[in-house]
Design a protein around this ligand. Structure first.
Ligand SMILES: NC(=O)c1ccc[n+]([C@@H]2O[C@H](COP(=O)([O-])OP(=O)(O)OC[C@H]3O[C@@H](n4cnc5c(N)ncnc54)[C@H](O)[C@@H]3O)[C@@H](O)[C@H]2O)c1
Length: 350
């Protein structure tokens, strides 16, 4: 099989996962790692891959066909635009950027270069989500009515030793909630309006630690999401879905999705519906599917290869991720102003 050269920029927490998956992905050759840190240099040495402190030097030196960008949020746009201009497809970590203007720059650069830009909303590639999406699209839930998502966990103190995680744009809204928003958009479509209450009362950082959110989807469905990085709780996708080895899997549901014909829990995929009768006095049937296991990061790397080759369309394109960013930034804004925020039509995202 022909090996496609890819490179990784940013070898921190998630960059190391991408490096591992790229090394294991058939048909990909990890051509370089760019990250000025000593840890990154040592890691590159240990896996025998060329290391660069400067990503532009790496682009010129190894000429990758694809680049994974796993650097802090505020750097995504400048790096992604440079990579696209140098002829590489990009897989940008989420959030695509920390402003809509920067997200638009990435979309425009991709269009100008005629290259794919995809975004690391890996939950879409989880087999649990793929099944849920098929069920929703097949009408098994009927008309979407409402949903509740929980995103509550306790991040350890050392997580916040990295300064940007304590500062505006580095908190659970842009780091974590954006995954839930993207996941909910994937199932229910675009968000029309957002209300939110946000607080930094427990950790006292510049950035929020807890937010409660009300969503109205364009299809008319309503949703609530609770996010907190300071709650000792298991109800969140990272722990319940078992996507990453670094989180011990908890046997709980975190997302509850209801329609006129049935309801679905995630990640356990319990499907509740009526077989006979159709009212609260009738018996509900629950169908439980065997627990799905998958490594969406590995699947994302396989998908990236197929996207570079033009064999698959990005499951989360830069344009799509920009709309998830728009809805997520609207949560931050709604929390700040204490009022409902109305999102623009998708074609004219703010
Ligand atoms: N999809 C996921 O599951 C997931 C999980 C965690 C983080 N993320 C996202 O990945 C990104 C990185 O997060 P993290 O937690 O790994 O951060 P991190 O701080 O652990 O790592 C970032 C790395 O980028 C390097 N870096 C910074 N600027 C650079 C530059 N200009 N060129 C090259 N390297 C540079 C730093 O030295 C550091 O090693 C963020 O956008 C975050 O939101 C995604």
């Amino acid at each position: 099989m022909h090996s496609i050269p890819v490179a990784v920029i940013g070898a921190g927490l998630i960059g190391r996962t991408h490096i591992d998956r790229a090394l294991k992905q058939p048909g990909l050759a990890l051509a370089g790692i760019a990250d000025p840190s000593d840890e990154a240099r040592r890691l590159a040495q240990s896996v025998n891959v060329p290391w660069f402190a400067d990503y532009a030097a790496m682009m010129d030196g190894v000429k990758p066909q694809g680049v994974v960008i796993a650097t802090p949020n505020a750097t995504h746009a400048a790096i992604a635009v440079q990579c696209l201009q140098r002829g590489a497809a990009v897989l940008v970590e989420k959030p695509i950027a920390d402003t809509l203007d920067d997200a638009r720059h990435i979309c425009d650069a991709a269009a100008k270069a005629g290259l794919p830009a995809m975004v690391g909303h890996q939950r879409r590639l989880n087999p649990i989500m793929q099944r849920a999406k098929r069920m929703v699209d097949a009408g098994k839930l009927g008309r979407p009515v409402c949903l509740t998502a929980m995103s509550t966990w306790l991040k350890p103190q050392e997580y916040f030793e990295t300064a940007w995680r304590r500062q505006k744009g580095g908190g659970p809204i842009l780091i974590n909630l954006i995954h839930d928003i993207d996941q909910l958009r994937y199932l229910f479509g675009d968000v029309a309006t957002v209300q939110a209450i946000s607080s930094n009362a427990i950790r006292g950082f510049e950035v929020e630690d807890t937010v409660v959110i009300l969503l109205r989807f364009r299809n008319g469905a309503l949703g609530t999401v609770t996010v907190s990085d300071t709650a000792a709780a298991p109800w969140n996708w990272d722990l319940s879905a078992g996507e990453a080895d670094r989180f011990p899997r908890q046997d709980v549901n975190s997302h509850f999705i209801s329609g006129t014909e049935g309801s679905l829990t995630l990640p356990r995929l319990d499907y509740w519906h009526y077989r006979e009768g159709r009212g609260w006095q009738d018996e509900l049937t629950v169908e439980r599917t065997a627990l799905h296991f998958g490594d969406p990061y590995a699947e994302q790397m396989r998908h990236f290869r197929a996207v570079i080759e033009g064999k698959e369309q990005p499951v989360c394109s830069a344009e799509d991720a920009m709309r998830s960013l728009d809805a997520t930034l609207a949560v931050a804004e709604a929390g700040r102003i204490g009022k409902e925020v109305v999102l623009s039509e998708p074609s004219k995202a703010r």
